[in-house]
Write a protein of this length. Sequence first.
Length: 223
Amino acid sequence: RCGLFCASSYCGLPHSSDTLEMHGGREVRRFDEDEARLVEHGNASDNDADDEGDGYWNVFGTKCLIDVDGADVCFVLPRGDSLGGLVNEVEIVEDPYAEARKIFYRPMNPASETTLERLEELKRGPVAMSFYQQVVRDTFLDLLMRTRLRLDSFDSIDGDEVFLKIGLNPSGEAIKELAERYKYHMPYNREAYAGMPNWGHIRGGAPMTNREGMEVFAYDAYQ
């Protein structure tokens, strides 16, 4: 109930544009010009693709274009009731700081203590849900913008929700920093074995195999 949502027009994420303007004059640069596409029921051309073909999903009888465009996560942010959403904007959050702390504090990440310092205004006591959501949402977006993630947003068809798409460049610096922080280990790909010589009874040029004949790839730190 105290998760993220766009409370009203002043904290709603805008439509597609060259930049995504955020509360306080901040903005997020777009990486793709043609994103956030949705084919509504009855609008998809039969010539674009077959219902079972590549590029489309049939969702509850509606032909929808697959438009992830590099996004890995999509947040669905319901708007407040003044815009037709399901969230009661005037509801009182009795302990807003404790609720926000559940979202932002992570014991394994000391930097989250710094994030909590941004939430001091929530320590003053009960606040309206709209104010609580504005503070949480601003903090959330600020963290995302610091990480060099790809961000894009668009409204739902009936305008009562906002979709925030988040993507991570698999060749970018952000994923390398995450891998180092969380000590990701990944298997070598097949190409990495191409130049490996024979070693004793172990055949070179390919991964080792177990007793069942299944290939067993070695793991190492993400690169």
